[in-house]
Design a protein. Structure first.
Length: 474
């Protein structure tokens, strides 16, 4: 789990040090000491320090070890502290307070199978108290982007040397069907209710990849692992576990590359971009734009118009957060042009969710974001979100809730308070059917918006109904 440093230096830097083996190793290097000397300074065994160096970010320090690292960092000289800050990517300043971003290095050293085993083991054994520590700590900056590009364009899949295990294609097809079922369930309801089941299945598939398989089977297994990792990422994000979600997105992209599926690799990168765009403020917007670029490069020549349209909506989202409305509109136009050229029969199954309702809802949601700063966009937001509400499939519970909550907030911004309350009650009826953290966050935004117009019985009743949902989130 992660720990927040007690040192005044750490607070001054405005960061949380996410103590993994990578950070502990960088601290030792910043101090300029050998592993035995570091052992003497900290009281940690040399064998443990060596394990941290070998496993890097895939080893998360216990509370006791994290506390020791905090103390060691606090006692370091200013020059040593500055070297440590530069090594983990802070460059002398941390992220803005109030965001959910922490700059740190992305996992780099372990091969994909080993990294998957460590991540799933840690995830499956993590209790609820520890899970709350993963709410913060997503990686942003060069440490994320450089590592991803190295993995996706230059990394080779590990090749076990044992004799082939002989897993048949029929078994792989069954595993693929399970992965699709998990994805479909998450698309409908959200909230991560079956997240541990997905992670468990992911761990099982990874164990199969430890054994040498026939080439065709192995490639399909990597594809199944990529699908499960992307679903685990989305479920983790939707459960509020930001750092864990980002690691699964990275794993999905890496596995998709091993599966020789550049289109799904692009899709996983788009998911990672969407997660960064969900952070407060614009902390992840520039990196999200870069992720979209990497996704296009990785998927070049393999992307259907629907996937390209989806990528343009990610680009539009990033531009809206960077307060570039002209660029936002150009990206939206390109998304609509690409979507108009879509041929659903040629689309991979994992992008079937991106239909006309999703396109309209995504654009409407970004217009709503912009209207919070410039209310002139509220009318356009209403038009797009209403179109999404009208055309959304009835089994997409999470999306319906997000649409209606957004529509209610846009109506409040317009000054249509009575209509906002009517739509808000409809939205809450759907909200009560999902455990999605993203939906709860959206409820919080509507609740905050209604503070400004809380006179009147209708508003008071709506706020009374929202309050228990927000309390349950805390």
């Amino acid at each position: 789990m992660s720990a927040q440093p007690d040192s005044s230096w750490g607070q001054h830097m405005g960061m949380q040090v996410m103590w993994t083996g990578a950070e502990a190793t960088e601290l030792r290097r910043a101090l300029g000491v050998t592993q035995p000397k570091f052992s003497t300074i900290t009281g940690v065994g040399v064998s443990t320090i060596k394990k941290w160096a070998q496993r890097g970010v895939w080893v998360t320090l216990s509370e006791d070890f994290a506390r020791i690292m905090d103390t060691t960092l606090a006692r370091a000289t200013a020059e040593q502290q500055a070297r440590f800050a530069a090594a983990i990517g802070l460059g002398g300043r941390g992220p803005e307070r109030g965001t959910a971003a922490t700059v740190r290095r992305a996992p780099d050293s372990a091969d994909c199978v080993t990294a998957t085993a460590e991540l799933t083991r840690k995830d499956l054994t993590m209790d609820r108290r520890h899970a709350t520590q993963t709410l913060l700590g997503v990686t942003i900056g060069a440490g994320l982007l450089e590592t991803l590009e190295r993995w996706l364009f230059f990394d080779d899949a590990p090749r076990p040397v044992d004799k082939p295990m002989g897993l048949g294609m029929q078994e792989v097809e069954q595993l693929d069907n399970v992965a699709r079922s998990f994805r479909e369930w998450d698309d409908q309801f959200g909230g991560g209710l079956r997240r541990k089941a997905v992670v468990g299945q992911l761990a099982e598939v990874n164990e199969m990849l430890r054994e040498r398989q026939p080439v065709r089977v192995e490639k399909r297994l990597w594809g199944v692992l990529a699908q499960l990792a992307e679903t685990a990422a989305t479920m983790s994000w939707d459960s509020g576990q930001q750092a864990t979600a980002q690691q699964y997105y990275a794993l999905a992209a890496r596995a998709a590359s091993h599966a020789d599926d550049p289109a799904f690799c692009a899709f996983a990168l788009a998911g990672m971009a969407r997660q960064l765009l969900g952070l407060d403020g614009d902390a992840g917007a520039a990196d999200a734009l870069e992720l979209v670029r990497i996704a296009r490069d990785r998927g070049a020549g393999t992307l259907t118009p629907t996937v390209e349209a989806m990528l343009y909506t990610r680009e539009a989202w990033a531009l809206s957060k960077l307060e570039r409305p002209s660029g936002f509109r150009r990206a939206c136009e390109k998304a609509e042009e690409k979507f108009a050229a879509s041929q659903p029969a040629t689309d991979p199954f994992w992008v079937h969710y991106f239909d006309a309702a999703e396109l309209a809802g995504t654009i409407g949601g970004r217009l709503l974001d912009m209207s919070r700063r410039r209310p002139v966009f509220a009318g356009e937001a209403v038009d797009h979100i209403e179109l999404a509400v009208q055309s959304r499939r009835g089994d997409r519970i999470r999306s319906i809730a997000l649409d209606r909550l957004g529509l209610a907030e846009a109506r409040v911004i317009q000054g249509e308070v009575e209509e906002a309350c009517r739509v808000g009650h409809d939205a809450l009826t759907t909200v009560e059917r999902t455990r999605s953290d993203r939906v709860r966050v959206k409820v919080g935004k509507l609740y905050k918006r209604t503070e400004r117009v809380k006179t009147g019985v209708a508003v008071a009743e709506l706020r009374d109904r929202m309050r228990p949902l927000l309390n349950a989130q805390e």
